[in-house]
Write a protein that binds this ligand. Sequence first.
Ligand code: SF4
Ligand code: SF4
Length: 472
Amino acid sequence: MYNVKSSRATEFIDHQEILDTLEYAQKNKSNDELLLQIINKAKECKGLSHREAAVLMECESEEYNRQIEELAKQIKEKFYGKRIVMFAPLYLSNYCVNGCVYCPYHLKGSSIRRKKLSQKEICKEVIALQDMGHKRLALETGEDPINSPIEYVLESIKTIYGIKHKNGAIRRVNVNIAATSEENYKKLKDAGIGTYILFQETYHKENYQKLHPTGPKHDYDYHTEAMDRAMQAGIEDVGIGVLFGLHKHSYDLTALLMHAEHLEAVFGVGPHTISVPRIRAAANINPKDFEYAVRDDVFAKIVAIIRIAVPYTGMIISTREDEQTRKHVLDLGISQISGASSTSVGGYAKKERAEDNSAQFEVIDNRTLDEIVNWLFGLGYVPSFCTACYRQGRTGDRFMTMVKNGQIANICQANSLITLREYLDDYASETTKINGEKVISEQLKHIPNPKIREKAEAYLQQIDKGERDFRF
Ligand code: SF4
Ligand code: SF4
């Protein structure tokens, strides 16, 4: 039985509720009165229920779909302005005891070279990332109690935070590791992680179990209830996501929104971020083998629907997507992108030879961070290297309240310009620097609060004199 507040996975992600929702959406996809009512509700920027979102997802009317897209753009602008937060993944180890059929790191993946970074190698990776200008990382590792136990992850986090190279620093480490115990989540919290990220892959239990035939990840309930354990353990910012293409997108989108509703209902705060990866080619993995692969136009609509259904949440896209797709979905709702990513273990400090391939998936967008930053300027965006909220204790409901009432705009805008200034001074090419200067002087005007604007101007001058790490 569906129960949004239940602690059981099969009750807060109730299969029958999803089927009923999809049937309701099919029946109502041409119901003008209902569609208008839902779109009008979405305009209030307070979000939509999973049922309402499902109706919009099924709607085939060109006119309504245009309105949905337009609304997603407006909501994105209202909550995030022109800011796009930059991050990079860091792969620690690709040993994995699971059998996920869509991932080359699975236990039997024989064409992959197994690697685990030593603390010394982590230092080299982090210095390479700092030298690009990155301040925010997402740690990735396969699940393997012997090769990458929690102690290894904790030690690595400590190493990463401890590296200060020239003006570089990693100021926020988000962690994407396998579902674990409440006790381990407490340890991650104490290590000072930013967001704990875990993708559900697919919410369809039967399909999930087939796609994860072996290993601890086979346990659907334990995996699906992971965010509850993480939040019980005191991690206030969690990031959810689906690997689109593993099951019907309408099913997974509905369940993803039910998961967000569940976290909000139980903990008073929904997901900090939602990621939208799509199945991608990798060693021995061909996306064409997956019957539910999602077309570009459908993918863009999914992003738009999530944006209007959960307006307060950050949305993340990786370098799995090409430049064109990234451009389109940035408008529709994405607020964080990775740049110059390596999905190999040790791939930043040293480029891998083809025969040593240790990558989890193919990177489609291969541009440098400098090229991406400059590209964002050209599109009218402000790349941000900000990590301020978690460091200022603005997490969980304190953060969400500020997002929901729009107060975050003041500090976000100021922080983005301060951190961009640091990037331009320390890492940018001449062209990027010139373009960035223009963006900063133009965007300063858009800090709504005059006192914060004044202070931001003062910080910018201090940064030019060599000082670093200011934040609101
Ligand atoms: Fe292991 Fe994660 Fe790959 Fe599954 S998706 S095989 S858990 S690394
Ligand atoms: Fe994110 Fe907070 Fe920085 Fe805004 S101010 S970019 S919400 S960390």
